[in-house]
Design a binder for this molecule. Structure first.
Ligand code: MIG
Length: 774
């Protein structure tokens, strides 16, 4: 009790002890050997290994124990290590690839990395206490990004952040650092160079940028230090390097990029029907409706409550025919019950997590006493994946994984730390494994549905670990209907993107507390331009479907949700680029303008791809805002007004308007606004935002939107080349690939000039010049 009063700041509770630590040097190399493309050093206690997954990436492990660690490769892509040369100097062992020089000090094991360009990333990494590694000599003027799902601002310099997947129902305030997802990776940015570090450890880890200004201190609680050092030199390079190691984001099915509606819970068939019908009647497109925990029979996963949903076997496929996907929630807890086949089957298959004495670990969650699948085992992942046939045979193609931190209703909020994960025969404790649990569950689910449906799966997960982008979208958990949480969405999702996780979004409208009309509308406006767009709300709170307030709001909400579909070709293009490059769909301005200091800690604007700048309204009653536009010429999406960048401009933002800007020289593909999600894209519109002169180009993609066939060439690529000449704008359109899109017409619109437009089309369908838009 007293902790929540002024008693908390009683002076006697504080000591003024200095926070500075001396750098301990606790290692000394005794021998070393090179095995294949890996160097193993024996030190006074344990082993250090160095390898280069690629010439520009260093992997260093420091193992003080004599154990073998196998789990720490679970989220890592397989790679073949690069070759390197090794040379000894008096003080150092020097390992060298084509890109980097790695100097390991023989006496104290400090190490320094230089890139081929001679840049020194710091004056060295030091092994301090056991399980801790410190980089000393960090630039004081650096900015720290990434670190996964964290509250607070974009720049994390000066913070101490902890990684332990946690179910946080309390309001997500800036001082809470342990949330649902742990992505233990960060990026150090200065305008000169960037580098990144990924501390691959699935137990609790701490990233301390606060202890000393020139230090990055990385602490592990269990396991070993397994550090990937990404040598950049640009921020984009670091992201490419990180997603080379942990995997590129997967390409979701197109329907996963549409508008999604959820509530805890649509309680029965009538309510579900009312919701689906309302969307239809109001002409608001919706691609997915979610079923929260009440659809199940007594919270048993892989069941339906037949009283609430008597016709689920016929009704759900009917909804799918109308283009509405049902996404049911699946939690990890399996009810302990003799009459329940999933539980019995799990026991027979030895699929549940056990305690050291081999008894089942039992935790309290929604169904009451529950067993928790041990996803560390391949056979359990396979089993869990196959169980989803229960859903796929109803036409379900998407699954919502909640509570997979795992969250348990007890003091520690999670599983017993002593519980044992079999880890394919190399057992480890839950304490060491924890942050991987949700990742493995979603991986099992994603692979399971992919096998069962032969389509690109959609999994929405609450918990995750580095690499989750290969399998699932992430929503940011139980936020609140607070304006502050609307504002926080921006840096939170941006940092997820800078950690490799591009497909993310919050509960639009806010989960807890009652939303209000204006907040919901502003959130929907932002959601229209977020990678993942789902409105979700808690039981007991006022309803927040897009039509629940006055008509004025409903009209605006409808307009924006329809706009999401209008912008789909652009959005889809960004997801395809993300799969290729690892760069996020939603980008902080600093990623594109790394020499403009105004962008370094910009928290209330973002880019979608390179060319669309979104400046949401995050303040109640605001009807205008300052928008910082970086260098260059920008067009106001709504008015075509031209703005000179490099400064702030005051932009009007009446309730129906979110400020949007397009960079001069951009080619923006849009399609028709939709009233229903499954309406066909029969037209493509190319909006060209003119620049003085020069050449620009882009590639726009189309495929069936659901299968993997695009990987074997069933894809349509529209190559657009534009030359801005003195008197004309020449547009050349060419196609490649085997897929035939639905478009029967392309219209090209030119913004910001009255030069003549000349279209040279090599397409099978019509290409027209639209009216000039000034
Ligand atoms: O402990 O399934 O974050 O989205 O509606 C609460 C009920 C469990 C937490 C999720 C929320 C979901 C809710 N779940």
């Amino acid at each position: 009790m007293l902790e929540n009063s002024s008693f908390s700041v009683k002076p006697e509770l504080f000591s003024e002890a200095s926070q500075l630590i001396d750098v301990l040097q606790i290692q000394q190399i005794t021998t070393y050997s090179k095995e294949k493309n890996k160097c193993v050093f024996t030190v006074n206690k344990g082993k250090i290994t160095v390898e280069f997954p690629r010439p520009d990436i260093v992997r260093l492990t420091v193992n003080h124990t004599n154990e073998n660690f196998t789990h720490h490769n679970s989220s890592i892509e397989t790679y073949e290590s690069s070759e390197f040369t090794i040379r000894e100097t008096e003080e150092h062992v020097l390992m060298q690839t084509t890109d980097v020089e790695f100097y390991l000090h023989k006496q104290n094991c400090n190490f320094t990395i230089k890139s081929a360009k001679g840049e020194i990333y710091s004056n060295g990494f030091y092994l301090t206490e056991e399980g801790t590694i410190s980089l000393i000599g960090a630039q004081e003027n650096e900015f720290i990004y990434g670190l996964g799902e964290k509250s607070g601002w974009l720049n994390k310099k000066g913070e101490r952040l902890s990684m332990w997947n946690t179910d946080v129902f309390a309001p997500h305030t800036p001082d809470i650092s342990e949330l649902y997802e742990s992505i233990p990776t960060y990026l150090s940015f200065t305008p000169n160079y960037s580098f990144g570090c990924f501390l691959n450890n699935t137990g609790r880890t701490i990233f301390d940028f606060k202890n000393r200004k020139d230090e990055h201190k990385l602490e592990t609680e269990t396991g070993i230090i397994d550090l990937f050092i990404y040598t950049g030199p640009s921020m984009k390079d670091v992201l490419e390097q990180h997603t080379f190691i942990t995997g590129r984001p997967y390409l979701p099915p197109k329907w996963a990029l549409g508008y999604h509606q959820s509530r805890h819970s649509y309680q029965n068939e009538e309510e579900l029907k009312y919701i689906a019908d309302s969307f239809e009647k109001l002409e608001i497109p919706v691609d997915a409706i979610f079923l929260d925990i009440l659809y199940m029979d007594g919270y048993r996963v892989f069941t339906f409550d037949k009283e609430r949903f008597p016709n689920y076997e016929t009704y759900l496929p009917q909804l799918l025919e109308k283009g509405i996907h049902i996404v049911p929630i699946v939690d990890p807890g399996v009810k302990v019950a003799g009459q329940y086949d999933v539980f019995i089957d799990g026991v027979v298959k030895d699929a549940f997590t056990k305690m050291p004495d081999k008894s089942l670990y039992i935790g309290d969650v929604w169904p009451g006493k529950s067993a928790l699948p041990d996803f560390s085992q391949q056979k359990v992942k396979d089993w869990w994946g196959e169980l989803h046939e229960f859903y796929t045979k109803l036409g379900i193609k998407g699954i919502w994984n909640d509570m997979n931190e795992p969250a348990i209703f007890n003091e520690s909020k999670t599983m017993d730390l002593d519980a044992v994960h079999d880890n394919n025969g190399n057992p480890i404790s839950h304490k060491e494994y924890h942050n991987l649990y949700g990742y493995e569950m979603s991986k099992a689910t994603s692979i399971g549905i992919k096998k069962l449906t032969n389509e690109r799966p959609f999994v929405l997960t609450r918990a995750g670990y580095a690499g989750i982008q290969k399998y699932a979208a992430v929503w940011t958990g139980d936020n609140r209907s607070f304006w502050e949480h609307l504002a926080m969405t921006i840096p939170m999702c941006l940092n997820l993107g800078l950690s490799g996780v591009t497909f993310s979004g919050p509960d639009v409208g806010g989960f807890m507390n009652d939303t209000e009309a204006e907040l919901l509308t502003r959130w929907i406006q932002m959601g229209t331009f977020l990678p993942y767009f789902r409105n979700h709300c808690s039981i007991g709170m006022d309803r927040q479907e897009p039509w629940v307030f006055e008509e004025e709001y409903t009209d605006i909400n409808r307009d924006y949700i329809q706009m999401r579909y209008e912008w789909m070709p652009y959005l889809y293009q960004q997801f395809i680029e993300a799969e290729k490059s690892g760069l996020p769909v939603m980008r902080p301005l600093v990623l594109e303008y790394p020499s403009d200091h105004r962008t370094f800690d910009l928290n209330d604007e973002y880019l979608v791809g390179e060319n669309l700048l979104v400046a949401p309204i995050v303040t109640r009653s605001a009807r205008s805002r300052a928008v910082y536009l970086p260098e260059g010429i920008w067009y106001d999406y709504w008015t075509n007004q031209v703005f000179e960048g490099g400064k702030d401009s005051l932009i009007e933002a009446p309730l129906n308007k979110i400020p949007l800007f397009l960079k001069a020289g951009s080619i923006i593909p849009l399609t028709n606004k939709k009233k229903k999600a499954n309406q066909k894209d029969d037209e493509l519109y190319l909006h060209l935002y003119s620049q003085e002169s020069g050449h620009v180009n882009t590639v726009i993609y189309e495929d069936d939107g659901i299968t993997m066939n695009y990987q074997s060439g069933e894809r349509f690529e529209l190559h657009v080349n534009v030359d801005f000449n003195h008197e004309t704008v020449n547009v050349k359109l060419e196609s490649r690939g085997d897929f035939k899109p639905n478009w029967n017409k392309i219209t090209v619109f030119l913004h910001g000039t009255n030069k003549e437009i000349r279209i040279e089309s090599h397409l099978e369908f019509e290409a027209l010049s639209g009216k000039e838009l000034m």
